[in-house]
Design a binder for this molecule. Sequence first.
Ligand SMILES: *[C@@H]1O[C@H](CO)[C@@H](O)[C@H](O)[C@H]1NC(C)=O
Ligand SMILES: *[C@@H]1O[C@H](CO)[C@@H](O)[C@H](O)[C@H]1NC(C)=O
Length: 156
Amino acid sequence: MALNLKSLLFVSLFIALMAAPIAEAQLGLISGLLGLIRIQGTVFCTSNGNMGVNGSATPVFPNALVQLQCGAGNVVSSATTNGSGVFSIVLDPLQFILSSLLTNCNLVVNTPLSNCNSKLPSVGGLLSSLQFIGNTLLGLLNVANIVPSGFQFLDG
Ligand SMILES: *[C@@H]1O[C@H](CO)[C@@H](O)[C@H](O)[C@H]1NC(C)=O
Ligand SMILES: *[C@@H]1O[C@H](CO)[C@@H](O)[C@H](O)[C@H]1NC(C)=O
């Protein structure tokens, strides 16, 4: 009745074989050990944080703290936007499951919009769900690219 090494190995192999095709089927992922998850986007200095009618001429929101919040608002990671309004959060795929990131996590910006434009609100924040846009190969690294699906303004 004791769980011996052979049966343990068999069970592990079985789980590995079962788990891989499910993850791949869900997101078309080449799930390798050499990989990372990158969440990247631009926060714009507009009333909803998105690019405005002026397209790429829309002013950006530098020095904004972008938090990755999962579940009931747990801050899992964060990054600050640079001078171009760009933030980048890199996650280890062994610690995060892509599908649960997409369904369970949001990007939240609590830095007041008035910091980049005094005419914008000084309370409230921005929130966006996440969208997977595909994998890119960076040398031997498989990078799963995630972007904000679109920010919305939330009243404080
Ligand atoms: C778009 O650009 C024009 C010309 O610079 C400016 O007058 C206008 O306010 C801009 N619109 C928005 C929504 O930023
Ligand atoms: C901000 O980061 C992006 C992406 O890494 C980069 O392309 C851009 O040049 C950076 N801008 C500044 C002002 O550092």
